[in-house]
Structure formats: C-alpha cells, structure tokens
Design a protein around this ligand. Structure first.
Ligand SMILES: O=P(O)(O)OC[C@H]1O[C@](O)(CO)[C@@H](O)[C@@H]1O
Length: 472
C-alpha cells in the first residue's frame, strides 16, 4: 500500500499472502471476499459513531482545538517543576509512556536539564508495588514535583491509593500550596476524583465520556504528559487526523488501512491463529507494544457476542521487541505451533546512526560488520527473520514508519485503534467494555473492606478454604 499524500505510514502485507514459499497464505479473493462483512462493519461503526461510542475518532477535531490550552498549561508547569509524575494504570498510563518513549530521548530523565529543553523528568507509575513506589518517592523532591492523577472512571483502586499517598505527602511537605502539585485528568461528571478535585482546587483536564481508557491516548490523558516533556502534540494530532481521514475516505479492503489490518487479523483468526505478536524493531516502540496489547486484549477478548451468545473470542496479544526477542522468542514463532500471526513495526530512518568500526587485526569472521552501521544490522536481521518465517510458511506483516516522529506516531495510534474497532465488528462483539475485569475489581473492594461488598468478601473467603500448596 503506497503513501497517501503526506502519509508516512505503509503496510506491507506480502508475508500474509500466498506465494511460492508460503502456500498457506491468503489469496486476494479471500481478502476481497470479506468486503461485504467489512461494509457491514462500517455501517455498524457509523451507528456507534452517531451514538457517541466512537468518540476516539468523532472528537479528534475538537480535541485538536484544545491543544493550545494544553500547551499553555504544559509550558507554565514545565518551567516550574523538575518532575512530572503520572499516576494511573492501564489506558491511563500505557499511552503516555508509549508516546514518551517513542518520541523523546531514550534516556530522557538522565539528560541534564538543558538537553531536556529545561523540561521536567517524566515518571509513569503504573503499578502499586510498594518497593517501586517508595523508591520513587525517595528520589523525588515533592516541592519540585507535579503529579498528574489520571483515571477515566475516577474510581480505580490502584490510582486512588497512589493519589491518597501522594496527597498526604504533599500536604505535609508543601502545606497550603499542595493543590498546585496535583493535576487531575478524569471524567467531566463522574467518579470520586472529580469532587475531590473541585473541592481542593486541583487543575483539571477532561477525558471525554465516550472515550474508554485504552482509546484515550489522544486526549488530555496522553497529550498533557507529552506536551510537558516537549513533544509536539499539534503534529501528533495532525498525524492522527490524517489517518482518520484516510480511513473514513478510502473505500475497500485493499485501500483502507484499518479494513486491511482488521481483515487480515480476522482471516488469520478464522484459520486458528489465536495469538497476535506485535514486534517493533525500534527500542522507542517497546512500550507501544504494551499499549497495543491492552487495546487488543481488553477490546476483543469477550465471552458473549452482541446477541448475548457465548462465543469466547479474541486473539492473545504478545509483546516482542526486535532484535532482542529474536534471541528468545523467534525460535517458537518459526518452529512452534502455527497459531500466531506477527506484526513487525519498522522505522525506515532512525534519527541516529552508528558506524561499527573496522579492525582488520581481529578475526576475519567478524570483518563483515566493520564499516556497516547498527541500523543496517538491525534492518538485515528484521528482513532475515521475515524470510525465515516465510520459509516456515508462517504469516507476518509489517507496518513501516518513515521515521519516529510525532506525525507518524499519531497515525500509528489511530490506525491501531481503528483496526481494533473494525475487528470488534467482525467478531460481532462489543469492543468498548471490559466485563471480565469487573469481578476482580469487586473482589478487591471486598477484600479491602469497602462498604457494600461484605457478602462478596464472605464468598471469596469461602472459595479460599480449599488450597493445594507445596511446602506449606
Ligand atoms: O482510567 P481508569 O478508569 O482508572 O481505568 C484504568 C484501566 O482500568 C480498566 O478499566 C480495567 O482494566 C482499563 O480499561 C482502564 O484503562
């Protein structure tokens, strides 16, 4: 698929298609045969759009209009604070982290302030491990730190627990000025964070009601952290908008990138490929794989279809990193069960290059490396892995980014969100809820003694009576 105007993203799906070495690949007719289903999917998505369930695309323009306000606030706090800490989990943490890692210096926090444009260090605390939490608090000066509490629901136990600890520390350390150290990103009308923010006077940004956590990176959830750390969020939004336009305007599975990616995923899933491996070949995209895993898993892993029938669908996402995981996982992908489909994400032009020195005094077997660059080696390894998979008749495809920049990352995020939405329709499920997570949440409330969950607590205690343990 060629570039569309300014577009920097390409999809190479040769490795999914039938060829001399991959007889089990798809034929063009199979893809085209999905068109009626994809057209129905588009109609269903349009209905969702009308109903406010597809706001990750519907609200893009209005979010883009908020960019100046976000940048203004970000620039003000960037000069005032040394550290910007995101407290959140799932979609409220993975997006900010993924975009930061993709676009900023890999060792951003370790850079001296002048090389960070005098912008704060960024920490994203996406867990409640007490060791990590305490160790972070040990290195931060609360007086020089701004905490961004992000929770769509405003109710998530992990985030609320982090918030309560931080608020307590700030009240002790910063006295009456503690509200200046907290910025809250949450729903406009619901949740427990909102009333606290209103009463205590925290700066507030809104996550639109119709955008679920895993679809929320291109809202203040991700935009604020990115802007604070110097990322050009205007370009990020422009990239997203251009992809959105491409997807709305292009007709047919061979022209529409979201239909193509979802169509290929659906065909492979029908053929028993229950595992989707997402394998970027750039360290900057490592956490993008984490973000994608949540998007794909929580959206598509469902017990019931839209008619309420038990279906147990979904494709298990696996995160991998090229070339690192060539030396740990690729053996399985080439020779293990043929139940996987791989997506490589490659970057054509790295922003840095490194030449490998030539030393003719060293063993001849390593001479081939001398004078070549690290990126040449990485490209060669990626291509060789594709070839090995093809020889083994294993299906793979590639998303190619011309470079790692804001525009391309905006495009990538939106493409992956859209393909998930299409895949949800093809699987005939609701891609926007996560009922399977609720039981665990309720169980946690019960075990932690939340009011109203007393019965659940008794149930869990009863269930825990029979145990099989070694070495007790
Ligand atoms: O942003 P919230 O509401 O705190 O939710 C955090 C995460 O928890 C979930 O609701 C359940 O895992 C995710 O969908 C979400 O991204």
């Amino acid at each position: 698929m060629g570039n569309q105007g300014q577009l920097g993203l390409q999809i190479d799906y040769t490795g999914m298609m039938k060829g001399p070495q991959n007889p089990d690949g798809f034929r063009n007719e199979e893809l085209l045969g999905l068109q009626t289903k994809l057209d129905q999917a588009k109609t269903s998505l349009e209905i969702r759009w009308e109903a406010g369930q597809l706001d990750f695309t519907k609200l893009l323009i209005s979010i883009k209009e908020q960019v100046p306000e976000i940048i203004k606030y970000a620039d003000t706090v960037a000069t005032r604070f040394d550290n910007f800490v995101v407290l959140g989990i799932g979609g409220s943490a993975l997006g900010p982290l993924a975009v930061h890692q993709a676009l900023n210096h890999y060792y951003y926090n370790e850079l001296p302030p002048e090389k960070r444009g005098h912008r704060p260090r960024l920490y994203v605390v996406d867990n409640i491990d007490p060791v990590r939490f305490n160790e972070l608090m040990e290195i931060l000066d609360p007086k020089k730190t701004l905490f961004n509490v992000i929770s769509k629901s405003g109710n998530t136990s992990e985030t609320m627990a982090q918030f309560l600890i931080v608020r307590d520390i700030l009240r002790r350390e910063c006295g009456n000025s503690y509200p200046e150290h907290i910025v809250v990103t949450t729903d406009k009308e619901k949740g427990n964070l909102l009333p606290i923010a209103l009463v205590e006077g925290f700066q507030r940004f809104v996550i639109p009601a119709g955008i679920g956590g895993r679809f929320s990176e291109l809202t203040p959830v991700g935009l604020l952290a990115a802007a604070v750390c110097g990322i050009d969020i205007d370009q990020l939004m422009d990239g997203a908008l251009s992809m959105d336009h491409w997807i709305w305007e292009s007709k047919g599975v061979l022209a529409n990138p979201a239909q193509l990616r979802a169509g290929l995923a659906y065909l492979s899933w029908q053929k028993g490929k229950n595992i989707s491996v997402f394998m970027p070949y750039a360290d900057g995209l490592k956490t993008m794989a984490d973000w994608y895993a949540q998007l794909w898993a929580e959206s598509l892993g469902k017990r019931y279809d839209l008619q309420g029938r038990e279906v147990f669908v979904g494709q298990t996402p696996v995160k991998a990193l090229g070339v690192t995981d060539q030396h740990s996982q690729v053996q399985l992908y080439v020779e293990g069960p043929d139940d996987k489909v791989l997506t490589f994400v490659t970057v054509e032009r790295f922003k840095e290059s490194r030449i490998i020195p030539l030393d003719s005094g060293l063993p001849e077997d390593i001479h081939f490396l001398g004078g070549r660059t690290l990126e040449e080696l990485l490209f060669a390894e990626q291509k060789a892995t594709e070839y090995a998979l093809t020889l083994a008749n294993r299906q793979h495809q590639k998303i190619i980014l011309s470079s790692l920049d804001e525009y391309n990352i905006g495009q990538l995020l939106l493409l992956l969100e859209w393909e998930t939405a299409y895949m949800g329709e093809l699987l005939n499920i609701n891609a926007y809820d996560q009922p399977g997570v609720e039981e665990g949440k309720n169980g946690t409330y019960a075990l932690m003694g939340r009011k109203g969950y007393e019965k659940k607590k008794l149930e869990i205690e009863e269930y825990g009576k029979t145990q099989y343990r070694l070495n007790e």
